[in-house]
Design a binder for this molecule. Sequence first.
Ligand code: GDP
Ligand code: IMO
Ligand code: MG
Length: 425
Amino acid sequence: MPNRIIVGAQWGDEGKAKVVDYLTEDADYVIRFQGGANAGHTVEVGDQKFVFHLLPSGLMHPDKVCIIGNGVVLDPEQLLHEIEEVRVKGIDAQGRLWLSEAAQVVLPTHKILDQLKEKAAGKDAIGTTGRGIGPAYYDKVNRTGIRVGDLLEDGLREKLERTLAVHNEIITRLYNSAPVSVDTIYTEYRALGERLRPYIKDCVPLLSQALKQNKSLLFEGAQGTILDVDHGTYPFVTSSNTVAGAACTGSGVGPTAVQQVIGVVKAYTTRVGNGPFPTEISGGLGAELRRIGNEYGATTGRERRCGWFDAVVVRRAAMVNGLTHLAVTKLDVLDTFEELKLCVAYQLNGERVEHFPVSIARLEQVEPIYETMPGWKSDTTKILRYEDLPVNAKNYLQRLSELVDVPIGLLSLGPKRHETIRMGI
Ligand code: GDP
Ligand code: IMO
Ligand code: MG
């Protein structure tokens, strides 16, 4: 089986977890490689439903190995909560879940700083998830972060003292808020480290050995390409690289190991948080998409902004990820629509623009150029074969794929594992 990277090709929440859970059947190892508990990954199998924030979405398959790679920022308490949540439902993670020693630890002060910064930013806020992601990556890149392996080592107290001293300076002086106690955090994180001890490992040799044994790896991206810190709508982005290249840096596996890169896209577009969104539909139809698609954030419960499929966005994603396939999700959400629009290009200052603008000042000024297609007005949720889709649904998918110039490898027609059609992957 090929080694595959799964990434979001829009603004997140594309249904990556559903696709990862489905394709885990082909894999031996499932690896989260970036992001943190800002992710909300929904997996539904039979009558069980989980929203994972840190656990890899392959965990529902009892015989697969799951890894949280070095590129992740890990909130120990949240992870232990998720491990317990699945355990009570009969899913045991111990012995097959491994956390990279080199992953960064999210501290309580990272969450405090995230929230204070957002509050102070007022109307310029990014609309973060408040999970401490930005400050945790800041400390990583600043070389002042605490790594998962540090939780088990003697130097933890000194490292925490150094890092928390700076956090407390910012909390008290810049934001006029109450400082945290280093003693309390040290005691708490020492204990959390002990509880995580059975899971902590150097994951690089493990993955290298897996490759030598011809095991198959499935990399699970979080967020989406247009939230990538380099390639997204900066500064309205997350703080990690969300693109396929991050699967290598965030796990310690070289790019030569990867054969397929699958971009997950909704059959329309959503975005949570602030920042430009050219095909957003305000009012009636947007609210209709939200209602039918149940578009509320899996992490924060916020309303997701909804709009038409934007081929300019996904063309960008195809370039920066090197997509070999698309996995199109939530086609069923469009079942009742009379007409559907596809954004094929943008209009900017009277000119047609085919490429996603790098500058958000320009992106804020674009007008989408739409093609309109007739809807299919019938229920697709029970369909098991591509051939059996209504002709208008096939035409819509064909056009979407043509506009992005990437073949569709998988189609999802409902949240559950079995509501999926494989199309040549
Ligand atoms: P992720 O962050 O990309 O994993 O996606 P989320 O879990 O945040 O959001 C996707 C939502 O859509 C979840 O509630 C899924 O259960 C649901 N979902 C996934 N695929 C489909 C589909 O094909 N049809 C429908 N109706 N829902 C889907
Ligand atoms: P999954 O993996 C959708 C958005 C936030 C905010 C911006 C920065 O479920 O697709 P952060 O907390 O990361 O600093 O917030 O990124 N965001 C997501 N939007 N899905 C996600 O993850 C997201 N993770 C972060 O709403 O706009
Ligand atoms: Mg999500």
